[in-house]
Write a protein that binds this ligand. Structure first.
Ligand code: IPM
Ligand code: MN
Length: 356
């Protein structure tokens, strides 16, 4: 088969990790007889420098015409002083909204070989961890009404948290569908003791739960959820939550695996379309040094094969190659121990490609 992939290399280490994911995809294509066509498009800081805009229309139209989007990372200190609307990160929000990517899947897994890397005590993560955060991605406070106004306390700014029933329903279904393929447990995280939008959230999630009698649902307030993630992370299978809570909790969940450089993500629309990117950012401090870990981007490419192209065997081949890489004792700079010589970004890509 032939597939068209819009690729945003982005800023910082973005281009370096994308290069390795493309290497691995091409190895998969060679082995299984697929051709991947890459359309490189601009977004983020690079787009600002070249076109004056963080998300050129052309990028959106090429992305829409493609089968999927693969993205490295955007942003960096060079653009940090721009006003909010013109920052590279705006490009991500624009892509999410324009492409209808309402469901963000962020798996947080502890690979057995890397159990030492977790900052949690061994007894807390013994036997491994496997959590997926399902984050609502195109609603809530990120996209609600915002503005400035005068108040009796002086000038003020506001951002509105708002969810419609339908927005909650569709993200809840993604979470329950996912739980059906896993351990059949969903934890919905909200702040229903305080927020009206969370009470609506909780009511709709309970309604959706009735469509999935085999799945056990529990609800947690976000403050407790943040605590339970480090106290008893094994409690969680699938977490479903709002845009802003998901932003925060997915960083926390990723950190308990000890290696944010290993974590992929998928942002899905209705149907099979999706955008795939590592959870980590553009890490400008190590750009160009060969120290970036491309495994999160490689695993993101694997998610693309699984969720958008429906190529399960090929997706497993990528996951297995990464596992074999670790099993052989290969390490990247971020997960190196004292007795390993870390592989560079491109050596890592070569090695994983050879294990496909
Ligand atoms: C993320 C990032 C983005 C977000 C930023 C860069 C806009 O933190 O993908 O988690 O807040 O969603
Ligand atoms: Mn974030």
């Amino acid at each position: 088969m032939e597939y068209n992939i819009a690729v945003v290399r982005g800023d910082g280490i973005g281009p370096e990790v994308i290069r390795e994911a493309v290497k691995v995809l091409n190895a998969v294509g060679g082995k299984y007889g697929h051709t991947f066509h890459y359309n490189y498009v601009l977004a983020g800081g690079e787009a600002i420098d070249e076109t004056g805009r963080c998300l050129p229309d052309e990028t959106v139209s090429i992305a829409k015409a493609s089968d999927a989007v693969l993205l490295g990372a955007v942003g960096g200190p060079k653009w940090d002083t721009l006003p909010g609307d013109e920052r590279p990160e705006r490009a991500l929000l624009g892509l999410r909204k324009e492409l209808g990517l309402f469901a963000n899947l962020r798996p947080a897994m502890v690979f057995d070989e890397l159990a030492d890397a977790s900052p949690l005590k061994p007894e807390i993560i013994a036997g491994g961890l496997d959590i997926v955060v399902v984050r609502e991605l195109t609603g809530g406070i990120y996209f609600g009404e915002k503005g400035l106004k005068d108040t009796d306390m002086g000038p003020a700014a506001y951002d509105v948290e708002q969810y419609s029933e339908e927005e909650v329903r569709r993200i809840a279904r993604v979470a329950f569908d996912m739980a059906m393929k896993r351990n059949k447990r969903v934890t919905s995280i909200d702040k229903a003791n305080v927020l009206e939008s969370s009470r609506l959230w909780r009511r709709i999630v309970a309604e959706v739960a009735e469509e999935y009698p085999e799945v056990a649902l529990d609800n947690m307030y976000v403050d407790n959820g943040a605590m339970q993630l480090v106290r008893n992370p094994k409690h969680f299978d699938v977490i479903v939550t709002s845009n802003i809570f998901g932003d925060i909790l997915s960083d926390e969940a990723s950190q308990i695996t000890g290696s944010i450089g290993m974590l992929p993500s998928a942002s899905l629309a209705n149907g099979n379309f999706g955008m795939y990117e590592p959870v980590h950012g553009s890490a400008p401090d190590i750009a160009g040094t060969g120290k970036a870990n491309p495994l999160a981007t490689i695993l993101s490419a694997g998610m693309m094969l699984r969720y958008t192209f429906g190529l399960m065997e090929e997706a497993n081949a990528i996951d297995n190659a990464v596992r074999a890489f670790l099993k052989e004792g290969c390490r990247t700079f971020d997960i190196a121990t004292r007795d390993t010589v870390p592989l560079t970004t491109s050596e890592t890509g070569d090695k994983v490609a050879s294990l496909i």
